[in-house]
Design a protein around this ligand. Sequence first.
Ligand code: ATP
Ligand code: MG
Length: 234
Amino acid sequence: MPPAVSLQQVTKVYATSRVEVHALRGVDLDVDAGEMVAITGPSGSGKSTLLHVAGALDLPTSGALTVLGEDLRALSDDRLAAFRRRRLGFVFQFFNLLPTLSACENAALPLLLDGRGRREALARGAALLERVGLGDRLEHRPDELSGGQQQRVALARALAGDPALLLADEPTGNLDSEAGARVLDLLDEARRAQGLTVVLVTHDPGVAARADRVVRLKDGRVDAVTRPERAAAP
Ligand SMILES: Nc1ncnc2c1ncn2[C@@H]1O[C@H](COP(=O)(O)OP(=O)(O)OP(=O)(O)O)[C@@H](O)[C@H]1O
Ligand SMILES: [Mg+2]
């Protein structure tokens, strides 16, 4: 099976008025379909940039990039938007929930945008919020939710459209270990049931330990790739 994500010598240079920032300096990375890869590394090492580029939210400056069989550079803006909406789920580092919508509407947003029936979309949103422990917060707006609750709404939204690839920027960063474990259990279930591929950024060694591979970035380059030890089955 071809990899779900393939980056070859991907670079990203942000040109601001004063300086050029080389956020990615030639990253090679293949992620297998169904795999869960954790991206780690110090602040500013390029983790979010890598995720944005893989999620077609930002174009690489150079290099080749194939995601779920699509050469992202070859797609028009419209095709790219449809590809993102139908095939990808994205959890932003700062959630990006829509402030005027309820938690349930936010979670259901990909389905609503895709023209699915409102009732079906909201039922799916509610079911996912239930799964992440927010069944009693469906009607709350984002500013009525704690940071960790907003983060879980963002995760529910990312999973609502049954994506083939989930890109998640510190999806457990604001959660206590119990809520974090619940989120990871939900991801494991989606991986088993739908073959979901997951690339997540994390600073938490406990989260990284649940990944198939850990890719450590440093200064925009892959510094190390490791496979967490698995405890032998009893
Ligand atoms: N839009 C932008 N314009 C200019 N520079 C940027 C932009 N986005 C990111 N950068 C720079 O690119 C580098 C990589 O940023 P990135 O957000 O990918 O880091 P990160 O590894 O996710 O860090 P953190 O752990 O703090 O979230 C940083 O030096 C940052 O200042
Ligand atoms: Mg980041």
